[in-house]
Design a protein around this ligand. Sequence first.
Ligand SMILES: O=C(O)CCC(=O)C(=O)O
Length: 288
Amino acid sequence: MGTTLRQVLGRSKAVDAPVLNRLGLQVARTLGASARFHATRWTAAPEVAPAVACLRRDGYAVVEGLFEPDALDELAAVAARVDADPDLPHDDNAQGANRLRVTWRADLSDADRQVLDRFFLHPTVRALGEAAERLALDPGAGRCTVQNLVQESGEPDLEAQLHSDTFHPTHKIWLYLTDVEPDDGPLLYYPGSHRLSVPSLRGTYADSVGDNVGARRIDPDEVAARHLEPAVLTCRRGTVVIANTIGYHGRVQGRPPGERLVLHIELRPDPFRRPRRLPTDTSHARGR
Ligand SMILES: O=C(O)CCC(=O)C(=O)O
């Protein structure tokens, strides 16, 4: 079957077109999606302007103090309860030996969703997401989930391999509900790696002519060629982190009994047919 324009201008991480990839298709998609993204202007709301400036400069930003301790306790208690609820559908994702249990906002009871929506629908979080993606977000837009990562001994965490999620700018937001120490598997990010560069485009090309169809694994030589240094985002509970995950990132390999409970939002609009607004997400656990 021939490669269609729809595939080329689609959101798939890679296009299965060996000849076109050898001619530089994935590099062209990367440059085209970046130009499309940067052609969209968006003025950040004043309360998030400093964080958005960090996000645009470094590829990630940290926001602290969004919730008072009592409000945070309530969010953490509800998140822990829904995570442990055997009557709720969950996705249990293999991450090497580690266990990542995902619970979707749309699967929650109205009462629990109302509590967790204090984060998912928080005006500051929404303004941050809108400025990051440069489009409007309906309440509950993006994949809104509770995620519990438990460190186990054995195979390393798959997400501990340094990677770039996809070929275009795209954002993830975490609210950490537990303190995150190195053993808990904190996020690791290379500031500045979200910008395109000759080494990153070379890496994109090399990846596209191989057989990888998932997130692009980053070779240490590519990092060295760009003189980038990592930031490990250990933090106190209550911290919000937003990252542009075209940038090089991964999780630090933790160790038992490390554990990390988060509320998570993933924003990934179509890079070429960019909508003006992202609708509310109604995804459910696959096992439902
Ligand atoms: O959970 C994290 O800290 C990072 C996970 C990751 O690498 C990813 O979502 O692509």
